[in-house]
Design a protein. Structure first.
Length: 256
């Protein structure tokens, strides 16, 4: 969506950019760090931090700031009112109860995949739980099975624009960071219509994902199952997990 310049509220955009500057790597920011992360001046960053603290979205010790629980109002409202998570959650719960494995549904937001529905089974790798896989978690799209599926389902010109000039971070030795090879990898995912990612985001963790489409053929999210190498062996993927995910996607299609 493109709006007229007169309708664009720059102050609001900067304030939201300051909120988004907080993440797992930088949980506490001062004005200097906030300015560096958002590209605004230190004086402007200071005013935004003070205002957000006054509104209750940040807590502070007088020099550094961190997110308060009030920001969860946004996530809570999304989960309560958005049709997509509410539609997907019962299916994920059923799959987890049926297989004891862990399932997630993810949407694409910029360079990240965001978990909008999730159900963990008793066979979920403990290491995976420890790394904070939860609703709202953001994972790098290039280094996850769901992210690669979502990228493969972008129009080719949009994917080319997404990849242009982007630095693909190496998260594990198995993460592909070369643009040329990564483009070929996405071409293969587009052809296969699913993605099996082995240890590209976390060593010891393997994941299989398929697209979730509506009746108009639009890809709205990606569904994956996560496990160990033994759980997601090549034979098990073809015999059990891929048919299971594809069937779930077929069942969900009329509902999306």
């Amino acid at each position: 969506m493109t709006i007229a310049k007169a309708d664009y509220i720059e102050g609001l955009a900067k304030g939201l950019a300051v909120l988004e500057a907080f993440d797992t790597e930088r949980q506490r920011l001062n004005a200097t760090l906030a300015a560096q992360r958002t590209g605004i001046t230190r004086a402007a960053a200071r005013r935004h931090l003070l205002t957000l603290a006054e509104l209750g979205y940040l807590d502070s010790d007088g020099s550094h700031y961190w997110l308060s629980a009030r920001v969860l109002r946004f996530a809570g409202s999304y989960m309560a009112t958005s049709r997509l998570p509410r539609t997907l959650q019962p299916t994920l719960n059923r799959l987890a109860a049926q297989t004891e494995a862990s399932f997630s549904a993810v949407v694409l937001d910029g360079g990240d995949g965001v978990i909008v529905a999730r159900s963990a089974g008793s066979l979920e790798p403990v290491r995976h739980i420890a790394h904070g896989l939860h609703l709202g978690a953001r994972l790098p799209a290039h280094a996850t099975s769901t992210g690669r599926v979502l990228l493969a389902n972008l129009p080719k010109d949009e994917f080319a624009q997404w990849l242009k000039g982007r630095v693909l971070a190496r998260i594990t030795p198995e993460t592909e960071v070369g643009a040329t090879i990564f483009r070929k990898l996405i071409d293969q995912v587009r052809k296969d219509d699913h993605c099996l990612a082995r240890q590209v985001h976390e060593l010891g963790i393997h994941a299989l994902a398929v697209p979730l489409r509506n009746m108009q053929g639009q890809t709205l999210a990606a569904l994956n199952v996560v496990g160990t190498a033994e759980q997601l062996s090549d034979a098990a993927v073809q015999r059990k997990w891929l048919p299971l995910l594809l069937e779930a996607a077929r069942e969900l299609r009329p509902l999306l």
